[in-house]
Ligand binder design. Structure first.
Ligand code: SAM
Length: 213
């Protein structure tokens, strides 16, 4: 499936940041961890996709909890990618593959019915009305990711922005093939940097978990 340019909204700000020494060392090893479709075919494991893992600490914790799952993490932020790889090497974690680019370039490389879970924790809120069209999770995004899920596969989205929550409620209600199964935090999701930031601002956390029927 190809995705044309009009559908490919830019949902992120290209944050450069200054790499720490260990992040730079990690980023240098990107080839070892880079997503490769052939690799997935050979592994024969359940596959979870996390979009926008940030610094990746939550993804590391999940990879440890579920050693039999293969995780693909998509992230454009170099410091986060470097940090994640550095931790994978130091902690000997081998069930994470990284796609260091816009997830919209990854989606056409994934097979239909190949993912058991798609998770997006604290997507950029784009809270100003004029920027809301840049939100990652919209109808077009769901149209592209739902076919990649197996039947019984899950979509897990969390936000601390009440207005994003409202639009997610409307969006997900319009998708008959997804059924909401939970409103609360599952054991496997650890607190991320952006969750802590939201809580510090006094925000409520909105947990959306759906299953593909
Ligand atoms: C607000 S941060 C949340 C990071 C992390 N999940 C957390 O909770 O701390 C959103 C992240 O999504 C990434 N992102 C946004 N759009 C993306 C895209 N199209 N492809 C890959 N990463 C994306 C950004 O670079 C950013 O690191």
């Amino acid at each position: 499936m190809t995705i044309n340019n009009e559908e490919r909204i830019k949902s992120f700000v290209a944050r450069k940041g200054r790499l720490t020494k260990s992040q730079a060392v990690g980023l240098n090893q990107l080839d070892r961890f880079s997503f490769n479709a052939d690799h997935i075919d050979l592994e024969n494991k359940s596959v979870y996709l996390e979009v926008g893992f940030g610094m990746g600490d939550g993804l590391i914790e999940m990879a440890k909890l579920f050693p039999d799952v293969l995780f693909i993490g998509a992230e454009v932020y170099p410091c986060g990618v470097g940090h994640l790889i550095d931790r994978c090497i130091k902690e000997n974690i081998s069930n994470i593959l990284i796609f260091h680019d816009d997830v919209y370039k990854l989606l056409p490389q994934l097979h239909r019915s190949s993912l058991s879970q798609i998770q997006i924790f604290f997507p950029d809120p784009w809270h100003k009305r004029k920027h809301q069209k840049r939100r990652l999770i919209n109808k077009s995004f769901l149209d592209h990711v739902i076919p990649l899920l197996i039947s019984g596969g899950r979509v897990h989205v969390v936000t601390d922005w009440a207005d994003y929550d409202k639009s997610l409620n409307t969006l997900f209600k319009s998708v008959n093939i997804l059924k909401r199964i939970s409103y609360s935090r599952p054991f496997y999701r650890s607190k991320t940097k952006y969750e802590k930031r939201g809580l510090g601002l006094g925000h409520k956390i909105f947990e959306h978990i759906y299953v593909k029927i």
